[in-house]
Design a protein around this ligand. Structure first.
Ligand code: ADP
Length: 518
C-alpha cells in the first residue's frame, strides 16, 4: 500500500466513522430524552386520572356522610339496611364517643365476626389519636374531612373516619370498607370512562402486590410509580397504553434508531469503499501512465540514437566503401521503420480508445495475408538468428476482415515472439481451421508467461514486471490492440504458455457462411 493510498484510507475512515459515532451518540441521548418525555406524558396523564378518581371517591364519601348524618339513619335499622344494600363494599360501621371512650358497632356484616372487627377498630382509634384530633379541628372550621386509614389486620379493609358533633358529644364515625369491592363496584364505572379503551388502568394492593383491578386484566407491564389513591392508601394505581408498554414504545424507537444508524453507517461505508476503489484505480492509472511514458521513451531512444549515429557518420564523409554506405542506409531505413511502427502503435491505440478507429471489411484470404508477412519478416528473423516455420492449411475459407488490422495483430504477435525469446530462437506460424473457427497462431519457445500474468497481459499498458522476467522494452499496448482488433472481428485471442517453455498466441475468427465458403 503506498503512502498516498494509506492517507486517503485514514481520511476516509475518519470521514465515515466520525459522523456515524456523532450521530449514534446524538441518537442515543435523544432516545433517553424521548424516553423521559414519554414517561413524563404518562406521569401527567396518571396524575390527572388520579385527581379525577380521588374527586369521585370524595364525592361518594360525602354522600355517605350526608346519608349517615341524620340520627334516624343510624338508629333506624331499615334505613341503615337500605344504605348498606346500596353500598355493598361497606362491611361495618361504628361510632366512637371520645368523651366517654366508648366504641359502638352500628353495623357488622353477617359473615364478619365481632372478634375480628372490634380489635382492629380499637387499634385504629388508639394509633390515630392525633389524626382524630385534627378531624375535630377541621370540623370546627366547617369542613367534615374524612380520613382513610388501612386496617392493621387486613390490608383489604380501609377505615374511613370522620368527626361529628352531636350536642355536647364529640363522636368519631368509622366506615369499614372492603377496598377491593369498593374499587370493583364503586370506582369501576368511573375508571372505565376515563380509560376509554385507549389506556390500561390497573390498581394494585401495595402490601401484597396483587392486581385488584384492571380494565384489561390480561395486559401486563403497567408503569407503577407509587401513586396512591387518596381514599385507599393501601392501594396504588398504574397506567399504560393499550397493547404496548411505555418501555416497548421507547424500545421500538431505540430499535428503529439503531437500524437507521446502522443503515447510515453501511451507506457511508459503501460510499467510502467505492471512493477508495476509485482512488486506487486512479492512482494505479497514473502509475501506469508514468511507466508508459518511460517505456515509450526507452523504445524511441534506441532507434533515434542509431539513426543519429549513422546519419552523422555518413554526413561527415567518413564511410569509404559503397557497401558500407549501403549498409548504413539500410540501418537508418530499418530503424526509421521501427520508429514509425512504435508511433503507429500508439496512434492506433489512441484511435481505438476514442472509438475513432474504423475498420474496412473485405474478403480476406488468411493464408495469403500471413504469407506476405512471413515473406517480409523472413530475412529479418534469420538475421536475428531465428528459425521460423510457416505451416498453412490449404483451402481455408475466406473471412470478412480488415486486412490492415489483421496484419497489425499478427505482426504484434510476431514482434512479441521475437522480443520474449531468449536462447531458443524458434518461431512457428500456423493457419488452420478449428471447427467453426479459422485461426492464426504464433508460437515461440521463449520465456513464457506465468498463470497469474496470463490474466493481465491483454490489459492496456500492462507489462510483466521487467526486473524478474525480462528486460525487453515495450509500451504494454501490443496485446491490448490485438484483443481489440479480434473483438472488432467477432473473434478472440487466446494464449497458452508455460514459463521457460514458450507461448502460443492464437487469433480465432468465426467462419461465416458466404456464397464462396459454401
Ligand atoms: P509490450 O510487449 O509492449 O510490453 P504487450 O501488450 O505486447 O506489450 O505485451 C504485454 C506483456 O505480455 C509483455 O510486457 C510481456 O511481458 C508479455 N508477453 C507478450 N507476449 C509474450 C510472449 N510471446 N512471451 C512472453 N511474454 C509475452
Amino acid at each position: 500500500m503506498n503512502k498516498q493510498y494509506k492517507q486517503a484510507l485514514i481520511i476516509l475512515s475518519l470521514l465515515v466513522s466520525v459522523p456515524v459515532i456523532v450521530f449514534a451518540v446524538y441518537e442515543y441521548s435523544s432516545i433517553t430524552r424521548e424516553e423521559k418525555l414519554v414517561a413524563e406524558v404518562y406521569e401527567t396523564q396518571l396524575n390527572s386520572i388520579l385527581f379525577s378518581i380521588n374527586l369521585y371517591s370524595e364525592d361518594i364519601i360525602s354522600s355517605w356522610q350526608l346519608k349517615l348524618s341524620s340520627k334516624s339513619a343510624v338508629s333506624d335499622k331499615k334505613i341503615l339496611t337500605e344504605f348498606i344494600n346500596e353500598n355493598p363494599s361497606i362491611k361495618f360501621l361504628y361510632s366512637y364517643d371520645t368523651e366517654n371512650n366508648k366504641t359502638t358497632i352500628l353495623y357488622n356484616e353477617k359473615e364478619r365476626n365481632v372478634e375480628e372487627t372490634e380489635p382492629s377498630i380499637n387499634s385504629i382509634l388508639k394509633n390515630n389519636s392525633s389524626k382524630i384530633d385534627k378531624l375535630f379541628a377541621y370540623l370546627k372550621s366547617g369542613y367534615r374531612k374524612a380520613e382513610p386509614i388501612t386496617d392493621t389486620l387486613s390490608s383489604e379493609i380501609t377505615h374511613i373516619l370522620y368527626a361529628s358533633t352531636d350536642e355536647k358529644e364529640k363522636i368519631i364515625f368509622g366506615i369499614g370498607i372492603d377496598s377491593k369491592e369498593f374499587i370493583n363496584k364503586a370506582l369501576k364505572p368511573r375508571l372505565q370512562v376515563i380509560a376509554q379503551e385507549k389506556l390500561v388502568i390497573s390498581i394494585f394492593n401495595k402490601r401484597t402486590g396483587e392486581k385488584v383491578y384492571s380494565n384489561f386484566p390480561g395486559e401486563k407491564g403497567e408503569a407503577r410509580n407509587d401513586k396512591m389513591l387518596w381514599l385507599l392508601p393501601g392501594y396504588e394505581m398504574a397506567i399504560k397504553p393499550l397493547n404496548t408498554t411505555i418501555e416497548d414504545i421507547a424500545n421500538k424507537r431505540k430499535q428503529e434508531n439503531l437500524i437507521i444508524t446502522g443503515v447510515l453507517a453501511l451507506l457511508l461505508s459503501a460510499g467510502a469503499i467505492f471512493l477508495l476503489r476509485n482512488i486506487r484505480k486512479e492512482m494505479k492509472l497514473s502509475e501506469i501512465k508514468s511507466e508508459f511514458v518511460s517505456n515509450v521513451s526507452h523504445e524511441l531512444r534506441t532507434p533515434l540514437a542509431l539513426i543519429n549515429m549513422f546519419a552523422e557518420t555518413l554526413s561527415m564523409g567518413r564511410v569509404k566503401t559503397e557497401e558500407k554506405k549501403q549498409e548504413y542506409y539500410e540501418i537508418i531505413g530499418r530503424e526509421t521503420e521501427r520508429l514509425s511502427a512504435i508511433v503507429n502503435k500508439i496512434l492506433n491505440f489512441s484511435q481505438m480508445e476514442s472509438g475513432k478507429r474504423k475498420y474496412k471489411f473485405e474478403e480476406v484470404d488468411m493464408n495469403e495475408l500471413v504469407e506476405k508477412i512471413y515473406d517480409s519478416y523472413k530475412f529479418h528473423l534469420k538475421n536475428k538468428g531465428f528459425e521460423v516455420e510457416f505451416e498453412k492449411e490449404e483451402n481455408l475459407p475466406s473471412i470478412q476482415a480488415d486486412h490492415g488490422a489483421i496484419s497489425e495483430a499478427v505482426i504484434n504477435l510476431l514482434d512479441n515472439g521475437i522480443k520474449y525469446s531468449k536462447d531458443k530462437k524458434e518461431l512457428s506460424i500456423r493457419t488452420g481451421k478449428d471447427g467453426k473457427y479459422l485461426f492464426v497462431s504464433v508460437a515461440d519457445k521463449g520465456i513464457g508467461i506465468s498463470t497469474e500474468d496470463k490474466k493481465k497481459i491483454f490489459e492496456k499498458f500492462f507489462r510483466v514486471s521487467s526486473d524478474n522476467v525480462h528486460n525487453t522494452k515495450g509500451t504494454g499496448l501490443g496485446l491490448s490492440i490485438v484483443k481489440e482488433i479480434a473483438a472488432a472481428h467477432d473473434g478472440v485471442v487466446e494464449v497458452e504458455s508455460s514459463p521457460g517453455k514458450g507461448s502460443t498466441f492464437t487469433l480465432k475468427f468465426m467462419i461465416k457462411e458466404t456464397k464462396q465458403n459454401v
